[in-house]
Ligand binder design. Sequence first.
Ligand SMILES: [Cu+2]
Length: 175
Amino acid sequence: MACFRAVALVIGVAAMVAIFVPSTMAKDYVVGDDNGWMQNFDYQAWAQGKQFYVGDTLLFKYPEGVHNVRKVNGTAFQQCVAPADADSLTSGNDIVTLAKPGPKWYICSKGNHCAVGNMRLRIDVLAQVGSPGSAPGMGPSSAVPISAGITRAGSAATTAWIMVILGFAIAVGLY
Ligand SMILES: [Cu+2]
């Protein structure tokens, strides 16, 4: 009896975990991976093949004071000159949340780190999967239509709840 109850509790707990862990999660990218945010690194090559979605985050890592991160427009990106009012991040552990879809440009405005050191990153942020703004023809793992995602998450949650109810029913019913 005690063994059945233990099993039922395990099922119940596992089911609750399944309910509360989201099926899709935003990704957190460390820009440049282990290289961080530095000169003479090819950030376009780093970004290539990655799909950035609204809700994902970028982490720019560098020694504080050595570099910075300025969010600029396409013109400033090309010219490597950040307007005075461009967002400036300087902590060395700068997290940028990708809030809107579209192209995003980031440069380091210290010295000639951008123009000579190539410290610049351009990415295209995609709308959440399934919305009209997202591009077709993406990889099968990331391009699941949002309706399919909801259905899948919904049925998983339903299954999980049934398991919770069954689990506790068994636990209670046996005593
Ligand atoms: Cu720099």
